[in-house]
Design a protein. Structure first.
Length: 217
């Protein structure tokens, strides 16, 4: 494993009381988990999905077709997807106790997309460059650069960065219409922890929390 990254997958079969009202600045808007697949030594695709989103409960975020409800990317109604690259920052001084395992990696500015599908079981994951089956793009973001910090040579660590909402469009489910600009009109800042397991085809496991960016931040 090289690096825990950022990308998105996830959301919802909504309950009758579910809503996506605008979040106040620094208010927690979602919590997520997911993973990344490296496509080279320095590039990859990160995908994660919300476990909590606004005031929509976890049980409403995943489809149960064709088997009982499972919380994974194959059953998530909404998915966040981000292509990324990384570069080790050198030179810098290592702490004396690091034994060379303390690493700092830059994740440059990029983009991210949230896809919505009412039939997540029909997504084709065999070619990550062909995303027509992943659903309708309902939100796009400019993902700002961030620094990935690790104390074990990049096997695990943390990343903080912001994603500004660039555009969104409404999507309808269970007769209700939702729009990400109603929840996070200015975007969000995410705090992520990740672990890499090279025996896993998806490489990185990651989880984190995102808070709303306020106007003028």
């Amino acid at each position: 494993m090289k690096l825990a990254t950022i990308a998105l997958l996830g959301i919802l079969l909504l309950g009758s009381l579910a809503s996506m009202q605008a979040a106040g600045a620094s208010q927690m808007v979602l919590q997520f988990t997911g993973g990344s697949l490296f496509t080279s030594e320095t590039t990859g695709v990160c995908i994660w999905y919300p476990l909590l989103l606004g005031d929509i409960d976890m049980g409403s975020l995943f489809a149960s077709l064709p088997r009982p409800q499972v919380s994974d990317k194959e059953h998530a109604y909404l998915i966040w997807v981000s292509d990324f690259e990384s570069a080790t920052l050198t030179p810098f001084s290592l702490p004396p106790s690091s034994n060379g395992l303390f690493t700092v990696q830059l994740v440059p500015t990029g983009t991210a997309t949230i896809y919505f599908s009412s039939r997540p079981d029909t997504r084709d994951w065999t070619d990550l460059t062909k995303r027509s089956t992943w659903g309708d793009p309902v939100a796009t973001f400019v993902r700002k650069s961030g620094i990935f910090l690790s104390t074990d040579g990049g096997m695990s660590g943390g990343l903080t960065n912001s994603a500004e909402l660039a555009s969104s469009k409404p999507f309808t489910l269970n007769g209700k219409t939702f729009d990400f600009k109603d929840l996070i009109p200015h975007g969000m800042t995410c705090f992520e922890t990740g672990y890499s397991d090279q025996s896993n085809v998806w490489g990185d496991d990651e989880a984190g929390t995102c808070i709303a960016i306020g106007a003028g931040q």
